[in-house]
Design a protein around this ligand. Structure first.
Ligand SMILES: C[S@@+](CC[C@H](N)C(=O)[O-])C[C@H]1O[C@@H](n2cnc3c(N)ncnc32)[C@H](O)[C@@H]1O
Length: 349
């Protein structure tokens, strides 16, 4: 970590929408006007002893790490507009302490768990399977809150819904399901083909797309104090947000990423991904369901139609993903017994 002495700096790269600075985020943040930023997304080093090209020390005492984080958080809070949004991506352990600090300064909105099941197990501990994303705003409520809606979970094999919405299907919004605070659809960027720099834990552009869509509008100013591979700046460019970027280490890969040919490729990925959002069923699932004669928005059976299965009435069925087999199988069936037939006994006959 570095503690800045507020040296003057000039941008290393500019686009029509943004400016990228190579330097300490404390220097760049101190040069920004108070209350000028609409959205801040921060993904700092996690103090895990990682080797960074900038040569920064990523293995300092817990107390020093937290003091450093609080210094740049203060700088972020100052530059945030009233109604601006602040997102902090970190390990749950650090966000616990930093959330307590933020609670005194901004308004808590959500603690989002981002499922990441590809980490290594740690002996004697539970398997760490999520990162933490804190979401705050400055003042009572955010100026912008336009979350995407997500598709209903369906079985990849038979296209049936994974949860039975019973008699409530007709009350469901055809534009999709409300986004929750557990995000299971953000993939890690692991494959060397997609990794732009080895020393930054590059985040998926799906994550930045979701955050930027939810908490800013085109033309708004987005700041990310820890550039890494430039994921935030690339998504801000694609989505027409102004942005200010900063990175202590080399910035050549970020500049290369902002090249129009690269941005077109990344925009293609995002367009594909956005195709799956804001509808109860993505187009391919919708087509498959129609073909199989399953209900679709606009063609919903009234009430909770009971189906006869195996000689009994099945009121609800729930499907779960059996992870080991990678198969979706019925978990349980709540069987409503058929009314007992009055069987005239021989006695009464
Ligand atoms: C976890 S990475 C960010 C990854 C980024 N979110 C992405 O998707 O590529 C953290 C980055 O912060 C940079 N960094 C560390 N201390 C910094 C500082 N004081 N000012 C600016 N950047 C810093 C590191 O060099 C590293 O590239």
């Amino acid at each position: 970590m570095t503690m800045s002495a507020n040296k003057p700096i000039s941008a290393n790269h500019r686009t029509a929408l943004g400016a990228l600075y190579r330097g300490d985020c404390l220097d760049v943040l101190s040069s920004l006007a108070t209350g000028s930023v609409d959205l801040i997304f921060a993904d700092p080093p996690f103090n895990l002893g990682k080797s960074y090209a900038s040569g920064m020390d990523d293995d300092i005492s817990e107390a020093r790490y937290l003091t450093w984080c609080k210094t740049w958080i203060d700088a972020c809070v100052r530059v945030l507009k009233p109604g601006g949004s602040f997102f902090l991506y970190n390990l749950p352990k650090w966000n616990l302490a930093l959330g307590a600090y933020l609670n005194e300064r901004l308004t808590f909105r959500h603690l989002i768990a981002i499922e990441m099941t590809y980490t290594l197990p740690i002996g004697g501990r539970l398997y760490p399977s999520h990162y933490s994303l804190l979401y705050y705003c400055k003042g009572a409520r955010p100026n912008t809150f336009t979350p995407d809606r997500v598709a209903m979970g369906t079985c990849p094999h038979c296209s049936r819904e994974l949860k039975d919405y019973g008699g409530y299907k007709d009350k469901m919004n055809p534009a999709g399901i409300n986004l929750g605070d557990v995000w299971k659809d953000i993939p890690p960027v692991r494959h060397p083909k997609f990794k732009r720099r080895s020393d930054a834990n590059e985040l998926s552009i799906k994550l930045l797309d979701r955050v930027i869509t939810m908490a800013s509008r085109p033309g708004d100013l987005v700041v990310d104090p820890f550039g890494g591979s430039g994921s935030t700046y690339a998504v801000a460019e694609i989505k027409g947000r102004r942005w200010i970027g900063m990175e202590l280490g080399p910035v050549d890969q970020i500049i290369a990423r902002l090249d129009s040919r690269n941005l077109t490729i990344e925009q293609g990925y995002l367009d594909e991904h956005r195709h799956e959002l804001n509808a109860l069923f993505p187009p391919a699932v919708l087509a498959a369901r129609k073909q199989r004669g399953l209900w679709t928005p606009g063609n919903i059976p009234k009430g909770n139609p009971r189906r006869r299965v195996e000689g009994a009435e099945v009121q609800q069925s729930e499907l779960i993903l059996l992870e080991s087999a990678g198969e979706y199988l019925p978990k349980k069936r709540i069987v409503t017994k058929l009314p007992k037939k009055r069987i005239k006994s021989r006695k009464s006959a």
